[in-house]
Write a protein that binds this ligand. Structure first.
Ligand code: NAY
Length: 293
């Protein structure tokens, strides 16, 4: 099986109260993802990792710790995209040195970049290593939308191998996969995995897979086998779990679930996210007992 296919968790990062990454706990988060949750890969320094609030040195240290902790057991994709493209290039080169399987880059955001500027950004990052590049398309957070014509131009760039499509526009998703079967397409809304999977996409990258990847892997297999009734039942079960997670501060509750497994001291989110996750302790325990045992 292609190493880049399958269910990838957008890795959560444990922070200390002062906002620093806790690397000891990060190793445990990686362990949990691989051994308990059952991920097939990890997507590092994405939205779930709160990476757009980190500086580049912190992101590089995370890339190192994750590579060390994963020990080649699962595929690794390093999200390197950011507004400082020079730092993105450094992170991309580091990912290659560390043996990552691919790099990814969010669309450049904040300024209203032209299509030409966005494509040039991707070309520059893609050329900086020999790794495949997965474009990270998340209009909900980046406010950047692509037309189909822009996707077509993007896929022509050397080393651009795929797209992480985190949008609810399933029409465009279908068009991308149907017209570009060779492009690796990942879907980024865990609660709609089934709807995306029917288009024959290659993988899923999401936050809830940090703790609930086995069901997602099973769902993908059911769809591939054409067992849609069972797949629908499983998506309903997954969404019962996601409903509770979303009602409890998404990243916070997921971190609390992992913290409890290893009985670690409190972990935090990074400011300006609400830092304190301890209030979710009881709910996290209930979720573990009900959905994750
Ligand atoms: C990333 O880079 O962290 C992601 O892939 C994020 C994907 C998630 N989207 C957001 C906006 O957090 O997994 C999804 C999402 O949390 C899940 O579907 C629940 O809504």
């Amino acid at each position: 099986m292609n190493k880049l296919k399958g269910v990838f968790a957008a890795l959560l990062i444990p922070y200390d109260k002062d906002g620093k990454v806790n690397h000891e706990k990060l190793e445990k988060f990686v362990e949990y993802n691989i051994e308990v949750s059952g991920v097939q890969g990890l997507y590092i320094n994405g939205s779930t990792g709160e990476a757009f609030m980190l500086d580049s040195e912190e992101r590089k240290e995370i890339l190192k710790t994750v590579a060390k902790a994963a020990k080649g057991r699962v595929s690794l994709i390093a999200q390197v995209g950011q507004l400082n493209i020079y730092k993105a290039l450094e992170e991309a080169k580091l990912a290659e040195e560390l043996g990552y399987d691919a790099i990814s880059a969010v669309t450049p955001f904040y300024y209203k970049f032209s299509e030409e500027q966005i494509l040039e950004y991707y070309k520059t990052i893609a050329e900086s290593t020999s790794l495949p590049l997965i474009a990270y398309y998340i209009p909900l957070l980046s406010n950047v939308t692509f037309s189909m014509a822009t996707f077509e131009k993007l896929f022509k760039i050397k080393n651009v191998a795929g797209v992480k499509f985190t949008a609810t526009d399933l029409y465009t998703l279908e068009r991308i996969k149907a017209k570009h079967p060779e492009v690796l397409v990942y879907y980024g809304f865990d609660e709609q995995e089934l709807s995306a999977a029917v288009y024959g996409i290659d993988g899923f990258i999401g936050s809830t897979f940090n703790v609930n990847a086995k069901r997602a892997v099973k769902l993908h297999e059911l769809v591939q086998a054409g067992k849609l009734k069972e797949a629908r039942e499983l998506q309903a079960e997954i969404n019962d779990f996601i409903d509770v997670v979303l009602a409890n501060g998404l990243y916070a509750i997921l971190k609390e679930i992992i913290r409890q497994e290893f009985d670690m001291e409190t972990v935090y989110c990074r400011l300006p996210m609400t830092q304190d996750i301890s209030k979710y302790a009881d709910e996290a325990k209930k979720i573990r007992d009900k959905y994750l045992k």
